[in-house]
Design a protein around this ligand. Sequence first.
Ligand code: DGL
Length: 270
Amino acid sequence: MKPEDLPIGLFDSGVGGLTVMREVARLLPNENLVYLGDTARVPYGTRSGEAIRKYTWEATTFLLKEQIKLLIVACHTACSHSLEMLQEKCPVPVIGVVRSGLETLILHARGRRVAILGTPSTIGSGLYQKIIHQHDPQIQVFPVACPLFVPLIEERLFDHPATQLIADHYLHALRDQHIDAALLACTHYPLIRPIIQQAIGPKVILIEPAAAVAQETLQHLSLSNTLRQNKQPHLRFYVTDDPEKFRLIARHFFGSEVKKVHTANLFGED
Ligand code: DGL
Protein backbone atom coordinates (compact mmCIF):
# COMPACT_ATOMS: atom_id res chain seq x y z
CA MET A 1 0.00 0.00 0.00
CA LYS A 2 1.25 3.52 -0.78
CA PRO A 3 2.11 5.55 2.39
CA GLU A 4 -0.64 8.10 1.66
CA ASP A 5 -3.27 5.35 1.52
CA LEU A 6 -2.58 4.19 5.07
CA PRO A 7 -5.27 5.37 7.49
CA ILE A 8 -5.10 8.05 10.15
CA GLY A 9 -5.95 6.53 13.55
CA LEU A 10 -8.12 8.40 16.04
CA PHE A 11 -8.63 7.34 19.61
CA ASP A 12 -10.98 8.36 22.42
CA SER A 13 -12.31 6.72 25.56
CA GLY A 14 -15.77 6.66 23.94
CA VAL A 15 -17.84 8.62 21.43
CA GLY A 16 -16.47 12.11 22.19
CA GLY A 17 -13.54 11.80 19.77
CA LEU A 18 -16.02 11.68 16.89
CA THR A 19 -16.33 15.47 17.25
CA VAL A 20 -12.65 15.60 16.25
CA MET A 21 -13.03 12.96 13.53
CA ARG A 22 -15.87 15.01 12.03
CA GLU A 23 -13.54 18.01 11.57
CA VAL A 24 -10.72 15.82 10.22
CA ALA A 25 -13.11 14.21 7.69
CA ARG A 26 -14.37 17.67 6.71
CA LEU A 27 -10.93 19.17 6.10
CA LEU A 28 -9.31 15.99 4.73
CA PRO A 29 -12.16 14.33 2.82
CA ASN A 30 -9.95 11.84 0.97
CA GLU A 31 -8.20 10.36 3.98
CA ASN A 32 -8.83 6.84 5.19
CA LEU A 33 -9.74 7.06 8.89
CA VAL A 34 -9.92 4.42 11.60
CA TYR A 35 -11.58 5.33 14.90
CA LEU A 36 -11.32 3.45 18.18
CA GLY A 37 -13.57 4.21 21.17
CA ASP A 38 -12.75 2.34 24.37
CA THR A 39 -16.43 2.20 25.30
CA ALA A 40 -15.96 -0.71 27.71
CA ARG A 41 -13.86 1.51 29.99
CA VAL A 42 -15.35 5.00 29.47
CA PRO A 43 -15.21 7.32 31.38
CA TYR A 44 -11.44 7.75 31.74
CA GLY A 45 -12.01 11.10 33.40
CA THR A 46 -12.30 9.75 36.92
CA ARG A 47 -9.39 7.27 36.68
CA SER A 48 -5.76 7.49 37.78
CA GLY A 49 -3.02 8.69 35.46
CA GLU A 50 -1.47 5.22 35.59
CA ALA A 51 -4.69 3.51 34.45
CA ILE A 52 -5.19 6.08 31.69
CA ARG A 53 -1.64 5.56 30.37
CA LYS A 54 -2.14 1.76 30.34
CA TYR A 55 -5.48 1.99 28.48
CA THR A 56 -4.11 4.53 26.02
CA TRP A 57 -1.14 2.35 25.17
CA GLU A 58 -3.42 -0.67 24.63
CA ALA A 59 -5.57 1.39 22.27
CA THR A 60 -2.48 2.68 20.44
CA THR A 61 -1.15 -0.86 20.01
CA PHE A 62 -4.46 -1.87 18.44
CA LEU A 63 -4.40 1.07 16.01
CA LEU A 64 -0.76 0.45 15.08
CA LYS A 65 -1.80 -3.04 13.96
CA GLU A 66 -4.21 -1.27 11.56
CA GLN A 67 -1.07 0.22 10.00
CA ILE A 68 -1.95 3.84 10.70
CA LYS A 69 0.31 6.58 9.28
CA LEU A 70 -0.49 9.06 12.07
CA LEU A 71 -2.25 8.92 15.44
CA ILE A 72 -4.66 11.57 16.71
CA VAL A 73 -5.38 11.29 20.42
CA ALA A 74 -8.91 12.72 20.32
CA CYS A 75 -9.34 12.64 24.09
CA HIS A 76 -8.13 15.35 26.45
CA THR A 77 -8.06 12.98 29.40
CA ALA A 78 -5.83 10.49 27.56
CA CYS A 79 -3.69 13.29 26.15
CA SER A 80 -3.10 15.08 29.41
CA HIS A 81 -1.63 11.92 30.95
CA SER A 82 -0.08 10.10 27.98
CA LEU A 83 0.91 12.44 25.17
CA GLU A 84 4.58 12.59 26.15
CA MET A 85 4.78 8.81 26.59
CA LEU A 86 3.11 8.26 23.21
CA GLN A 87 5.35 10.73 21.41
CA GLU A 88 8.36 8.81 22.79
CA LYS A 89 7.13 5.26 22.22
CA CYS A 90 4.98 5.49 19.11
CA PRO A 91 6.62 4.70 15.73
CA VAL A 92 4.21 7.05 13.90
CA PRO A 93 3.65 10.81 14.48
CA VAL A 94 1.21 11.66 17.27
CA ILE A 95 -1.08 14.70 17.35
CA GLY A 96 -2.95 15.49 20.55
CA VAL A 97 -5.86 17.79 21.36
CA VAL A 98 -4.00 19.73 24.06
CA ARG A 99 -1.75 22.27 22.33
CA SER A 100 -3.92 23.19 19.34
CA GLY A 101 -6.80 24.31 21.56
CA LEU A 102 -4.55 26.19 23.94
CA GLU A 103 -3.01 28.31 21.20
CA THR A 104 -6.49 29.53 20.20
CA LEU A 105 -7.43 30.09 23.84
CA ILE A 106 -4.35 32.22 24.51
CA LEU A 107 -5.09 34.29 21.39
CA HIS A 108 -8.47 35.17 22.86
CA ALA A 109 -7.18 35.93 26.37
CA ARG A 110 -7.28 39.71 25.93
CA GLY A 111 -8.00 40.40 29.61
CA ARG A 112 -5.61 37.59 30.63
CA ARG A 113 -8.37 35.52 32.26
CA VAL A 114 -9.28 32.09 30.91
CA ALA A 115 -11.11 28.98 32.09
CA ILE A 116 -10.39 25.32 31.37
CA LEU A 117 -13.37 22.97 31.58
CA GLY A 118 -12.55 19.27 31.65
CA THR A 119 -12.84 15.92 33.38
CA PRO A 120 -11.37 15.57 36.91
CA SER A 121 -8.30 13.72 35.52
CA THR A 122 -7.64 16.36 32.88
CA ILE A 123 -7.92 19.21 35.36
CA GLY A 124 -5.98 17.25 38.00
CA SER A 125 -3.06 16.70 35.59
CA GLY A 126 -2.33 20.44 35.73
CA LEU A 127 -0.94 20.21 32.18
CA TYR A 128 -3.12 22.92 30.64
CA GLN A 129 -2.37 25.39 33.40
CA LYS A 130 1.37 24.62 33.02
CA ILE A 131 1.44 25.14 29.23
CA ILE A 132 -0.54 28.41 29.49
CA HIS A 133 1.91 29.75 32.07
CA GLN A 134 4.87 28.74 29.91
CA HIS A 135 3.38 30.94 27.16
CA ASP A 136 2.36 33.78 29.42
CA PRO A 137 2.75 33.74 33.23
CA GLN A 138 0.39 36.74 33.51
CA ILE A 139 -2.65 34.76 32.39
CA GLN A 140 -4.95 33.85 35.24
CA VAL A 141 -6.33 30.33 34.76
CA PHE A 142 -9.60 29.10 36.27
CA PRO A 143 -9.68 25.29 35.97
CA VAL A 144 -13.08 23.64 36.54
CA ALA A 145 -13.63 19.87 36.75
CA CYS A 146 -17.08 18.90 35.47
CA PRO A 147 -17.37 15.17 36.32
CA LEU A 148 -21.09 14.78 35.52
CA PHE A 149 -20.97 16.25 32.01
CA VAL A 150 -19.71 13.06 30.30
CA PRO A 151 -22.36 10.73 31.80
CA LEU A 152 -25.11 13.27 31.00
CA ILE A 153 -23.89 13.55 27.41
CA GLU A 154 -23.50 9.77 27.03
CA GLU A 155 -27.18 9.57 28.13
CA ARG A 156 -28.01 12.06 25.35
CA LEU A 157 -29.43 14.62 27.82
CA PHE A 158 -28.02 17.40 25.61
CA ASP A 159 -30.67 20.00 26.42
CA HIS A 160 -32.28 18.50 29.49
CA PRO A 161 -33.02 20.69 32.56
CA ALA A 162 -30.83 18.34 34.63
CA THR A 163 -27.84 19.18 32.43
CA GLN A 164 -28.62 22.91 32.71
CA LEU A 165 -28.80 22.58 36.50
CA ILE A 166 -25.44 20.78 36.70
CA ALA A 167 -23.83 23.28 34.31
CA ASP A 168 -25.06 26.16 36.49
CA HIS A 169 -23.71 24.37 39.55
CA TYR A 170 -20.22 23.96 38.03
CA LEU A 171 -19.97 27.29 36.23
CA HIS A 172 -21.94 29.95 38.09
CA ALA A 173 -18.89 30.97 40.15
CA LEU A 174 -17.09 31.89 36.91
CA ARG A 175 -19.74 34.44 35.97
CA ASP A 176 -18.22 37.08 38.27
CA GLN A 177 -14.64 36.40 37.20
CA HIS A 178 -14.65 38.36 33.91
CA ILE A 179 -13.36 35.41 31.92
CA ASP A 180 -12.41 36.16 28.29
CA ALA A 181 -12.51 32.64 26.95
CA ALA A 182 -13.01 29.06 28.10
CA LEU A 183 -11.51 25.92 26.57
CA LEU A 184 -13.84 22.96 26.16
CA ALA A 185 -11.08 20.54 27.20
CA CYS A 186 -13.15 17.42 26.66
CA THR A 187 -14.23 16.11 23.26
CA HIS A 188 -17.72 15.39 24.61
CA TYR A 189 -18.49 18.98 25.62
CA PRO A 190 -19.30 20.47 22.17
CA LEU A 191 -22.57 18.51 22.40
CA ILE A 192 -23.76 20.73 25.27
CA ARG A 193 -22.12 23.94 24.06
CA PRO A 194 -25.36 26.03 24.24
CA ILE A 195 -25.95 24.96 27.85
CA ILE A 196 -22.34 25.73 28.79
CA GLN A 197 -22.61 29.13 27.09
CA GLN A 198 -25.76 29.95 29.01
CA ALA A 199 -24.24 28.91 32.33
CA ILE A 200 -20.87 30.65 31.88
CA GLY A 201 -22.31 33.84 30.38
CA PRO A 202 -22.84 35.11 26.83
CA LYS A 203 -19.62 37.16 26.60
CA VAL A 204 -17.23 34.25 27.21
CA ILE A 205 -15.72 32.85 23.99
CA LEU A 206 -15.88 29.06 23.98
CA ILE A 207 -12.97 27.32 22.26
CA GLU A 208 -13.22 23.83 20.74
CA PRO A 209 -9.88 22.41 19.59
CA ALA A 210 -11.24 20.03 16.89
CA ALA A 211 -10.80 22.36 13.89
CA ALA A 212 -7.26 23.28 14.96
CA VAL A 213 -6.39 19.58 15.31
CA ALA A 214 -7.64 18.93 11.77
CA GLN A 215 -5.54 21.87 10.52
CA GLU A 216 -2.45 20.55 12.29
CA THR A 217 -3.04 17.13 10.70
CA LEU A 218 -3.33 18.70 7.25
CA GLN A 219 -0.05 20.58 7.75
CA HIS A 220 1.70 17.47 8.96
CA LEU A 221 0.56 15.31 6.04
CA SER A 222 1.39 18.03 3.51
CA LEU A 223 4.91 18.44 4.89
CA SER A 224 5.55 14.69 4.91
CA ASN A 225 4.03 14.22 1.42
CA THR A 226 1.51 11.70 2.70
CA LEU A 227 -1.68 13.61 1.92
CA ARG A 228 -4.26 11.43 0.14
CA GLN A 229 -5.95 13.21 -2.76
CA ASN A 230 -8.75 12.61 -5.25
CA LYS A 231 -9.75 9.23 -3.88
CA GLN A 232 -12.79 7.89 -2.04
CA PRO A 233 -12.15 7.61 1.71
CA HIS A 234 -12.70 4.48 3.75
CA LEU A 235 -13.91 5.06 7.33
CA ARG A 236 -13.74 2.30 9.93
CA PHE A 237 -15.15 2.39 13.47
CA TYR A 238 -14.13 0.12 16.35
CA VAL A 239 -15.35 -0.03 19.94
CA THR A 240 -14.51 -2.26 22.89
CA ASP A 241 -18.17 -2.75 23.92
CA ASP A 242 -21.62 -2.96 22.27
CA PRO A 243 -21.21 -1.67 18.67
CA GLU A 244 -24.94 -1.02 18.27
CA LYS A 245 -25.15 1.27 21.30
CA PHE A 246 -22.23 3.28 19.88
CA ARG A 247 -23.78 3.37 16.40
CA LEU A 248 -27.04 4.83 17.74
CA ILE A 249 -25.38 7.70 19.60
CA ALA A 250 -22.54 8.30 17.09
CA ARG A 251 -24.47 10.50 14.66
CA HIS A 252 -24.91 13.22 17.30
CA PHE A 253 -21.12 13.50 17.55
CA PHE A 254 -20.10 12.70 13.98
CA GLY A 255 -22.86 14.69 12.28
CA SER A 256 -23.91 11.84 10.00
CA GLU A 257 -24.97 8.21 10.29
CA VAL A 258 -22.28 5.65 11.14
CA LYS A 259 -23.28 2.50 9.28
CA LYS A 260 -21.04 -0.25 10.57
CA VAL A 261 -19.20 -0.55 13.87
CA HIS A 262 -16.77 -3.38 14.66
CA THR A 263 -15.70 -4.84 17.98
CA ALA A 264 -12.05 -4.37 18.93
CA ASN A 265 -10.37 -6.73 21.33
CA LEU A 266 -7.50 -4.89 22.90
CA PHE A 267 -7.40 -6.29 26.36
CA GLY A 268 -4.35 -8.21 27.39
CA GLU A 269 -2.20 -6.70 24.64
CA ASP A 270 1.11 -5.04 25.45
N1 DGL B 1 -13.77 12.51 25.71
C1 DGL B 1 -12.93 12.47 26.88
C2 DGL B 1 -12.05 13.72 26.92
O1 DGL B 1 -11.90 14.40 25.93
C3 DGL B 1 -13.69 12.41 28.18
C4 DGL B 1 -14.46 11.18 28.45
C5 DGL B 1 -13.96 10.38 29.61
O2 DGL B 1 -14.04 10.80 30.76
O3 DGL B 1 -13.53 9.29 29.29
O4 DGL B 1 -11.50 14.02 27.96
